[in-house]
Ligand binder design. Structure first.
Ligand SMILES: [Fe+2]
Ligand SMILES: [Fe+2]
Length: 172
């Protein structure tokens, strides 16, 4: 059984995952309109992943005797300027999400809720991977600079940049 405090904190995270999904969906649409096909596909996929993170939390809250509540969301922006700035925003957003997960883990320790603490370890690991992925992409973008051919290749290859390849990059 979840304490009210843990339930409220988990519902807060459900909202953040839902908002993350909306932010990346808006990025996907912006990139698609700009003709950045690969980047757009990457963002659509990322948006789906955030929705999956949200659903996993909803199921957990309800299974543990709580009530996962669906709230209205802050509308994401619709214009991201340049794809470089957009990926910087993605990185900053993932850092924000990691902080939120950490705060949530802290609440479970205060409440001595070790079942939820254990459940959240998946999210802790996921955030490490997502931050690594975003950093890998920013490194690649820095290498390209303003080279048009580089951008073409980046747009083509970004779909292949997965969490796994980012993890192996950092061990090179
Ligand atoms: Fe997430
Ligand atoms: Fe994420």
């Amino acid at each position: 059984m979840l304490s009210k405090k843990v339930e409220k904190a988990l519902n807060g995270q459900i909202r953040i995952e839902a908002e993350s999904s909306q932010v990346y969906l808006s990025m996907a649409s912006w990139a698609e309109v700009k003709g950045l096909e690969g980047i757009s596909q990457f963002m659509y996929k990322h948006s789906d992943e955030e929705r999956m993170h949200m659903l996993k939390l909803i199921k957990f809250v309800n299974e543990r005797g709580g009530h996962a509540t669906i709230s209205d969301l802050k509308a994401p922006k619709t214009d991201f300027g340049t794809f470089q700035k957009m990926f910087q925003e993605l990185y900053d957003h993932e850092i924000f999400v990691s902080k939120s997960i950490n705060d949530l883990v802290h609440v479970t320790l205060e409440e001595k809720d070790y079942a939820t603490h254990n459940f959240l370890q998946w999210y802790v690991a996921e955030q490490i991977e997502e931050e690594a992925l975003a950093r890998t992409i920013l490194d690649k973008i820095n290498l390209i600079g303003n080279d048009k051919g580089g951008l073409y290749l980046f747009d083509r290859d970004v779909q292949q940049i997965t969490v796994e390849s980012a993890a192996s990059d950092t061990t090179e």
